[in-house]
Design a protein around this ligand. Sequence first.
Ligand SMILES: Cc1cc2nc3c(=O)[nH]c(=O)nc-3n(C[C@H](O)[C@H](O)[C@H](O)COP(=O)(O)O)c2cc1C
Length: 353
Amino acid sequence: MSTTTLLTPGRIGGLQTPNRLMMAPMTRSRALAGGVPSELAIEYYAQRASAGLIITEGVAPVAVGLGYARTPTAETPEQMAAWKKIATAVHDRGGRIFMQFMHVGRIGHSANRYTSEPLVAPSVVRAAGQMWTDAHGLQDLDTPRALDTSEIPGVIDGFAQATRNALEAGFDGVELHSASGYLPMQFLSTGTNRRTDAYGGSINNRIRFVVEALEAMIAAAGSSGRVGMKISPAMPFNDCTDDNPVETYTTLVKAISPLGLGYLHVLRTTIPDTFELLRPLFKGPFAAGGGFDRDKGNALLASGGADYIVFGKLFTSNPDLPARFSNGAEVTPWNAETFYTPGEKGYTDYAAV
Ligand SMILES: Cc1cc2nc3c(=O)[nH]c(=O)nc-3n(C[C@H](O)[C@H](O)[C@H](O)COP(=O)(O)O)c2cc1C
């Protein structure tokens, strides 16, 4: 048992957090054309500055890694000038913010992209499923081309450069999105990785991309504590399948534990007891996410099952979630209809109590 509650201060790398709530990374599809975050995002993130740590929406590290409508990138001076305003506004309100790097890999549609380059993936395996485009409504996902072995250092360098960009813009750190069937998880999973080079086949080969990306991000950040990672073992989302997810994720977590990451964020999915399986294998702060409320979060912290609890949907409609948990105020239910719609409705118009 532990005396830690959601309101106990904590530490991620060199960062003190006033509580144990993380705001989950959430795509909100309000960015401007060309991958530039909107002015509205400044207010949205600043309103949520009381979170122990904010993780931004998924941000493409490079243009070729962007797949969804109205989503942002962290590459050009114009994009980074907008991100800088967001980091500054969160810090001005006393908060802490990491940027999540989401390279979609094979999950995207050309109508949502501002580059004419095709999608890239470990192998030429089109994902079943459709995606919203503003121009043509729902569309089948594009077919990706396979990355040549010689191109992989360049893809990894994209994550390193985006790390430098984010830290220069004032972010406290960065998160590698290795969950939800995007590029890093496409390398991890047997269903999407059919490669025969050093990045495919054996489990040690399939984890290589993620390990090398993390190492490059840590080198770019100059501090392992400024880098976190999210995983979602066995999540079938985005048509991602794996023959042996327990082996994949226990091997991965053992391999990355010595790197000294700021935290490991695990989204509970279909493997029974995911947190119990992985927490003992990771030596740093362990953040558990997926379907938590105050009581479930406090119970897991009290049992010693996690160090941080990640809240997603509740943070969309409760900008002051830590205060509501502290004073026992009602939480406002989220509205899924405005998760991805443009404008302030359902985004910046939820009041603090
Ligand atoms: C609107 C919305 C957008 C999301 N976008 C992302 C994303 O960009 N990156 C990511 O890692 N997870 C994303 N997620 C998943 C959340 O980070 C989180 O893992 C999930 O919502 C489960 O937590 P919850 O039950 O507290 O909402 C998104 C979830 C929602 C509801």
